[in-house]
Design a protein around this ligand. Sequence first.
Ligand code: SF4
Length: 369
Amino acid sequence: MTKLPDAMTDAELRPIASKVYEGRPINGPDALRLLATCSIADLGRLASHVRRGLHGDAAYYGVSMNLNFTNICELRCPLCAFARDEGQPGAYLLTQTDMERRIKKAAAAGVDEVHIVGGLHPDLSLSYFEELLSSVKRLAPRMFITAFTAVEIDYFARKEGVSTEEALARLIKAGLGAMPGGGAEIFAPRVRKVIAPKKISGTRWLEIMRMAHEAGLKTNATMLYNHIEKPADIVDHLSRLRSLQAETGGFKAFVPLAYHDGNTAVKARRRVPTGFDELRLYATARVFLHNIPHIKALWMYVGEKMAQLLLNFGVDDFSGTYSGERVVHAAGAATADRGSETYLRALIENAGFRPVRVNASYERTGRRA
Ligand code: SF4
């Protein structure tokens, strides 16, 4: 059988392939080279080697719902199309009754998991969120709860006047099962100052993730690209995630998010990233983040066909059914905000992979798992 390094037609990539083949981490300059390569087939071979070594032909997906409880947010980040000021047209705060109705309906339909995130609403306290999580558990005891970005946790703790550790402990007691990876954006302060000047720093985001991991929560980590970041900022972001993961092991998935600039104050580099941009980014992340088990593509962001293609470029998690998503669609994502389980499974199978239904902790769920 041909060894992976020998299979590389691009001689520049062979030293990187040798490292990957021998199970050694690649370094920052290697990642920069992968992010710029035009040898897309070689890049796919490299990323697939890592992906198939970890997961074989499995492609994970979830059956989940979104609860974006409010779009009223104090920060009003320039990158955000979702947030509104209180009283502004389009501003909303879901009532307790409305949220309970949605949870009951989803539980009855066999949904495994709820994703709860929202704006930083000045009137909502930590006890409000404890009660929200408890009510989900009361209404749907088997529903897995993935909730609150590090930005929200920081805000809840400061408003309540308690330590971040205490806020996390209280939310875990109320039913929090895992955290999504939002709010990471790009860690580089130069870029963050422009796209989200009032948001917690990248260093603080990582600090909160460390505390969450120490408290026993698994989390995701996101990265927003296709705005004003440079390739070096991407590599810096990946490096800082990889370093924290080496200490805590708490990140379960890395989730790149392409920036959409509809209704925002920051222009996207490209209205829609090119296919090559997406393939390079996901494949480089798969190879560089050797210690983070899953690379997730949100099909709703990248589109069905690109998500299928990405399964051959390092991605093993196809994301979920996501009924009710409002954040990315506020910025103009043209894709559907839902997809039946049958449809997602067919997309995965048609791409030559084996669909595996899981919750946010990658525990298999449902009879079809
Ligand atoms: S990105 Fe998050 S924190 Fe920033 S304005 Fe939007 S909802 Fe608020």
